[in-house]
Design a binder for this molecule. Structure first.
Ligand code: ADP
Length: 253
């Protein structure tokens, strides 16, 4: 099979160069009776059946150890399920060949609690390194990085080291890096866990805005103030099981 080359039936017929967005209605990711066990006899996730719609913003909540990170790692194909099936952007993660994993990952952006920026590189380089530059002229690539940094309000910091930035600014760089390839899914694992309340809102606004542009956004957080403010679908995990799947208030059932 030619991985990641032809994706029949999943794209609008946009003219070349226009940003192709998937057909609305198709799920971005589906989990069917998924269990994940790292150690024999213990489960990080247990019998999880869940669907994330295209362009949806969903919160994953639950106490530490509930399985939030494990679920995100499965969606990113960083782990395979022990049982059950996961389909992400039309690809069955359990059956994905190692060669196909990078193709899938290019379509997914990830943001972590601890930013994971390269300290010895500039802000611009951190974002540029993530850019899938195949076939993109150098100048166009730089312009794209500049535009992305502008979008997160950090174009003036582009030649600085991430270490000279505040925590909120570092997370904005990490968001720019995650979004530079226009991912169809954005995964954020406790993205505001290291930030104070003001910056938490600023960063969450930026992440939530991504969903309004058609990207599916899944945010793991145990911060109740975020859940109260954003009032979106919230899936609560407890002991690896879905304890509650609460739709966004006002959303039709
Ligand atoms: P959360 O993100 O909600 O804190 P995790 O997915 O990190 O939950 O963890 C769920 C459970 O899986 C915990 O009991 C944790 O100790 C265990 N776990 C997570 N990753 C590993 C691993 N790589 N090896 C062994 N156990 C793990």
């Amino acid at each position: 099979m030619s991985a990641g080359v032809s994706r029949p039936g999943r794209w609008h017929g946009h003219p070349a160069g226009a940003s192709a967005r998937p057909i609305a209605g198709e799920a971005a990711a589906q989990l069917f009776h998924v269990s994940k066990s790292y150690l024999a006899g213990t489960y990080a996730l247990r019998d999880v059946t869940l669907e994330f719609a295209r362009g949806e913003l969903v919160f994953l909540t639950g106490p530490s150890g509930a399985g939030k990170t494990s679920l995100l790692r499965l969606l990113f194909a960083a782990e395979r399920p022990s049982e059950g099936q996961i389909v992400v952007l039309g690809r069955n993660v359990s059956r994905l060949s190692p060669r196909s994993v990078p193709y899938l990952r290019r379509r997914i952006g990830v943001v972590f609690q601890d930013f994971k920026l390269l300290a010895r590189r500039t802000v611009e380089e951190n974002v540029a390194l993530a850019l899938d530059v195949v076939g993109t002229p150098r100048r166009a690539a730089r312009a794209r990085v500049f535009a992305m940094l502008k979008q997160v309000g950090l174009q003036h910091r582009r030649y600085q080291s991430p270490l000279s930035l505040s925590g909120g600014e570092q997370q904005r760089v990490a968001i720019a890096r995650a979004l530079i390839n226009e991912p169809e899914i954005l995964l954020a694992d406790e993205p505001t866990g290291n930030l104070d309340p003001d910056l938490t809102l600023e960063i969450m606004d930026l992440i939530a805005e991504t969903a309004t542009r058609g990207t599916t956004v899944v945010v793991a957080t145990h911060d109740q103030s975020i859940l109260r403010r954003f009032r979106k679908r919230a899936v609560r995990l407890e002991g690896g099981r879905i304890a509650e799947d609460r739709p966004a208030p006002g959303a039709g059932v």
